[in-house]
Design a binder for this molecule. Sequence first.
Ligand code: NAD
Length: 418
Amino acid sequence: MSELFKGRIAVLGMGYVGLPTAVAIATRGIDVVGVDINPATVAAVSRGEVPFIEPDLAVAVSGAVAMGRLTAASEPPDADAFIIAVPTPFHEDRTADLSCVRAAAEQIAPRLRPGNIVVLESTSPPGTTERVSGWIGALRPDIRMPHDGDSSSDIFVAHCPERVLPGRTMIEIVTNDRVVGGLTQQCAEKAASIYRLFAQGEILLTDAASAEMAKLVENAYRDVNIAFANELSMITEALHIDVWEVIRLANRHPRVNILSPGPGVGGHCIPVDPWFIVSAAPELARLIRTAREVNDRRPHYVAEQVVAKAKRFRSPTIACLGLTFKANVDDVRESPAIEVVSLIADALADTEILISDPFVDALPTQLSGYSNLHLENAYQAVERADIVVLLVEHEPFRAIWHNRLGGKVVYDTRGAWR
Ligand SMILES: NC(=O)c1ccc[n+]([C@@H]2O[C@H](COP(=O)([O-])OP(=O)(O)OC[C@H]3O[C@@H](n4cnc5c(N)ncnc54)[C@H](O)[C@@H]3O)[C@@H](O)[C@H]2O)c1
């Protein structure tokens, strides 16, 4: 019978990954303390509220807080296990910025007691879990850490990458298979005892570096395939061929599955994680780098197409539908739609641009300086526009627009209105 974790867990980082993880564990009857450096987040979670939109999360958090299983704090408490789910962005040179991970590791170091488990969930370059162990070890020479290969350490350190899809997090956090990579075999087994509490998918034990690399490879794989679709879309557009029809036909081949083109790649996983592979092996990761460059260039291409269409009018009004990085979520981080809108607004400073997104009620800071941009409800925006650009295929946009687009120039970057 596999071991099940008993004790108290602290989860550092109450964001899109940490809060669902904390609540999934708390719901299994474990006491969980959610730790965050943002006082507003701590206050919201303490009230049983969620500071962002994710289906089914709010009800789970309010329930876990009401039951007294989930609490929030700004400092790590004493606990039996610590899960680190803090951001891992990149520096300007595209190398990983591990400052939040290091800060979290150093915050928990004074709390650690023999037998404790430390799990890094943040997406990280190969070797980071070992570095976490090293950072803790430097502050705690009194305890044996596993990073030097000592199979009988006092503390168990592992990496368990998160692969949930925003918008489906509460389902996938339970149903997805989990990769758990330990610095030693025992570390992996100890960390797995936590995920067995709530994961219904298979738990796959491995070493920490393989787990780190597997997560990065998953996102690089998707990035390369999206780049293929985006490149295809530019080629077919130049040849006056409908890319969606080409993909539909090609995908009838039993071993072909081309992804959908779009205005770029957003979120803070796929546009970020492949760079961690590129910076680990810059001479070798040529395809992965090129895919990143193709996808990063994509918003410029889309904006150029819109500007070219606008030049056909004397004084056009443009409606841009969708700002978030993907459909049916409120997350605007790394959103290519925002980049497209700002590029159009830069190029057409005298053109009125109406923006609509049912999940966004104020202009994101990147767009707040433009006097020619206005948030508008989608009906009004489409009604008034000469050019309608679909940037995000939110469900309300998909459903209602066919009959309202007559006589307008339509640029559907998502193929939602075919
Ligand atoms: N969002 C996703 O869908 C997703 C999916 C898979 C993996 N990941 C990875 O998970 C990690 C976390 O991502 P996220 O989307 O949850 O980020 P997020 O920005 O939503 O949340 C991170 C939280 O950590 C807090 N924080 C920062 N430093 C801290 C510290 N030292 N101690 C305590 N709290 C701290 C921040 O205030 C913030 O609330 C990243 O490595 C990301 O790449 C994210």
